[in-house]
Each structure stands twice: as structure tokens, then as C-alpha cells.
Design a protein around this ligand. Structure first.
Ligand code: MG
Ligand code: MG
Length: 255
């Protein structure tokens, strides 16, 4: 695990804040009739205009700047010709590299009126992230974060994806340690000052099972029920985590 200095954490914050502002650019245009390719292109241009590089583009061959995952897709979906429709939920995952440091954050958008089940899923998944971040402090363990997500999701009758996990982030997009969304309290690696983690609950309205598409990337639910994904980049501190990304720019646009 690579611990970061305060100076490095400020650079990661700069990248994570740019991710947050990129999400807000997406929020400004996301609506029925808009293609997911358009969202990708707006994000890529905004990232480059701000002196940064889209971190996902060409990462292990990923061909786009955003992961856009619709409805029953969990993560790693491809932008394309699909026109958004009222009732869709759309997970948008974005990463940037600026000053050689990575930020990573994801948000699931509702397109117009969505089903009661989808609305509850978005609320609970965001609560899972909040509860996980409350546990992301010096002296706790990875398992405390993991348990917080799993416990809240399952109490609400939802399925917790096992095959994909959060991660350390900073010098690279994916660093150690892995941060699962399921596990036992008090288990796993101890959290230390200077750790920077991408905490990212991926929660399914139905069962936990996922399938991997033969495009090599897209992951969707086995039971075809909807899935949500919220992610923040977080620095571990004593007492309270320092959230380096934010949803406040998105919320400003959506209110
Ligand atoms: Mg991400
Ligand atoms: Mg991530």
C-alpha cells in the first residue's frame, strides 16, 4: 500500500474535484433523447480543456473516457448510440489524470421519473457509500468499510456485487488494497493516515449475481434487475475521512 503525503493528497484532491466537475457537465445535458456517446464526448472535452487526461481511455484497452452503465448494467458499460429514455438509471464512472495523480468517482443518474424500486436503490446505494465513508478512519479496518456497505444494502433487501471492488488510488488508477463491499467487521488491513481509497458500492435491486459480457468489459446483473454505483475518492484521517471528490457540483445542477 502506497501511503501519500499531504502534498500528494492535495494533488489527488485536484484530480478528484475535476472528476466531480466533469460529472456536473454530464448532469447539465443528461436527459431523454441524449445518446450516451454524447455524454462521453462532453466529458472527454471538458477533461482535456482542464489540462487533464481521461484516466479510463485506453486503460487496459478500455475504448472510452467514461464508463456508462444503463439499468441492469452494473459497471464498465460502453457509451454508444443508445438514446436515454425516461425511467432509465445511468451509472456514470469517471477518472482523470492531472499532474500525474488520479481521481475516481461515480454517480448514478435518474432520467425523469423512475420506478419506486430504482429510486429506493439509488437512495440506499448512496447511503451505503456514506456509511462506508463514516468507517474509513485511522484504526478501523477494511472489513469495517465492507461490512457497513453490505449490512445496509442487505437490510434493504438488495444484492451486493462480489466480483468487483473498490481500491487504493493516487499514483495509479488501481492500487492496493482492495476494498470489497462485503465482509466482516474488524477484519482485513488496518487503515492508516495517508491511505487514499476509492470506495464504491455496486448494489443490485435483486440478486447479487453478475455476468461479464463478451465485449470484455460490460458487467450486468444475472436477474436483469437494475443496479446502482456511487463512488468517492477518500483520504484516511483520524476521526473523520477527508472526501476528496464531491457530488455537490452535480447536486447544484440537478436541484
Ligand atoms: Mg470509478
Ligand atoms: Mg474505482
Amino acid at each position: 500500500v502506497i501511503l501519500k503525503t499531504s502534498e500528494e493528497i492535495e494533488l489527488i484532491r485536484e484530480s478528484a474535484q475535476l472528476v466531480a466537475k466533469t460529472h456536473a457537465e454530464v448532469a447539465k445535458v443528461i436527459a431523454p433523447g441524449v445518446t450516451t456517446q454524447k455524454l462521453n464526448d462532453i466529458a472527454e472535452e471538458f477533461i482535456r480543456d482542464n489540462g487533464a487526461i481521461p484516466a479510463f481511455l485506453n486503460y487496459n484497452g478500455f475504448p472510452y473516457s467514461l464508463c456508462i452503465s444503463l439499468n441492469d448494467q452494473v459497471v464498465h458499460g460502453f457509451p454508444g448510440k443508445y438514446e436515454l429514455q425516461e425511467g432509465d438509471i445511468v451509472s456514470v464512472d469517471c477518472g482523470v489524470i492531472k499532474n500525474k495523480f488520479f481521481g475516481d468517482s461515480a454517480y448514478t443518474f435518474a432520467i425523469g421519473e423512475i420506478s419506486d424500486e430504482a429510486r429506493k436503490l439509488l437512495k440506499v446505494t448512496q447511503e451505503c457509500l456514506d456509511k462506508a465513508i463514516e468507517k474509513a478512519v485511522v484504526g478501523n479496518r477494511i472489513g469495517d468499510i465492507a461490512f457497513a456497505v453490505q449490512d445496509h444494502a442487505e437490510k434493504n433487501g438488495f444484492g451486493v456485487v462480489r466480483e468487483l471492488v473498490g481500491h487504493g488510488v493516487g499514483h495509479r488508477l488501481h492500487e492496493k488494497p482492495e476494498v470489497p463491499n462485503y465482509g466482516r467487521r474488524g477484519s482485513g488491513m488496518k487503515l492508516e493516515e495517508g491511505m487514499v481509497l476509492a470506495i464504491e458500492p455496486m448494489i443490485n435491486a435483486g440478486k447479487a449475481g453478475v455476468k461479464f459480457w463478451d465485449d470484455g468489459w460490460t458487467v450486468s446483473t444475472v436477474d436483469k434487475k437494475v443496479s446502482a454505483h456511487f463512488e468517492h475518492t477518500v483520504a484516511i484521517r483520524k476521526g473523520k475521512a477527508d472526501i476528496l471528490s464531491t457530488f455537490s457540483y452535480i447536486e447544484e445542477v440537478l436541484k
